[in-house]
Design a protein around this ligand. Sequence first.
Ligand code: PMP
Length: 445
Amino acid sequence: SPPRSELQRALHTRHRAVLPDWLALSYEQPLEITHGEGRYVWDAEGRRYLDFFGGILTTMTAHALPEVTKAVSEQAARILHTSTLYLNRPMVELAERIAALSGIPDARVFFTTSGTEANDAALLLATAYRRSHQVLAMRNSYHGRSFSAVGITGNRSWSPTSLSPLHTLYVHGGVRTRGPYAHLDDAAFTAACVADLEDMLGQTRGDVAALIAEPVQGVGGFTSPPDQLYAAFREVLQRHGILWISDEVQTGWGRTGDHFWGWQAHDAAGPPDILTFAKGIGNGMSVGGVVARAEVMNCLDANSISTFGGSPVTMAAANANLAHLLAHDLQGNARRVGGLLAERLRAASAGLDIVREVRGRGLMIGVELVFPSTGDPSPEAASLVLEAAREGGLLIGKGGGHSTNSVLRIAPPLSLTTAEAEAGAAVLERALHTAQHELSGKATP
Ligand code: PMP
């Protein structure tokens, strides 16, 4: 039989022949992951990698967490699925848990199968409740890939059309490192963004339904606004009756360390009107959802069902996963180990002029890379580091705004140990040096 790498190449060729060109793959030689355990995954050639990306934050606790595997197989052995037409114990149990954790009073939960669909549901609620199809979204945002979600995605490299069922107005505030307010301190930045919002609303005709925002922009490069920015926004929003939707698809479940939800860094605002979640809660199973207070959730006056949202198998996975997260205080672990990892990465970057900034919260750490000669965002550097890290047995992600893809995204499973953080930081340090060496002396492209 041909060597394994031949098989991998053949699979890649078949992938390219039958799947869309725009389904992005990481790495020059794309990976086929065959199994995982804890914070590690293995590829089809038997190579082991420390996983600092968890399939874009889908692995919340650990790969192949035994409690989740057990819950899924037991539930699947009993019954795979029925639809929301019948009572569903695991769904009610998970909804109760999430409603209590959400911070939203009199909360109702609707389950979907993805983050895109969760945001879609949130937009349906907000636009129906407010009887307006005008929405505010943040510049550089990412909210999914459906027709309505691309219409509120400010990160244009992920938004393929200018057509949208919504009329979207883009607001400043999600990104600190670029744009006209980049040089301002936190207080002045917040004041400038609030003034911008007020000015925009003053020039808008008719009602606006909602503001949707990621508390820390994920795809946009792990950038956080100053704490309490959304509290300052909320005062303005409430004056206009505009709802606040917090997209917690990446920031939920304690990933940011100091907070269980990203919105809590803006807690002077109180809880959001609507919260969306997905990714990590299912630990790889398709679970997403939207939480809203009853008055907003129940504003829809047509019947609905979801065939797959709230499937007993995925609910069983999420219940077991969430129970593990809470019992082991993985939020606390994210704070402690994430803090240590960010510190190591800052030390590793000292003296490297390709690194503009190491930033983040908990186990959501971004490393922004630039061209040494100009200080401009450098997707080349990010690609070099990504490939070199893989060579060193470490998987990371990248992101960033405006097609730049110049930010390394580090978001390991929340059970990451100190030793694993140290080991990953050492690989990244070498990878950063490799990129620095390759790029220094090169002219800007
Ligand atoms: N919102 C945010 C903040 C996301 O990061 C993503 C996925 N990257 C989505 C929504 C869409 O989620 P999904 O891919 O599950 O549709």
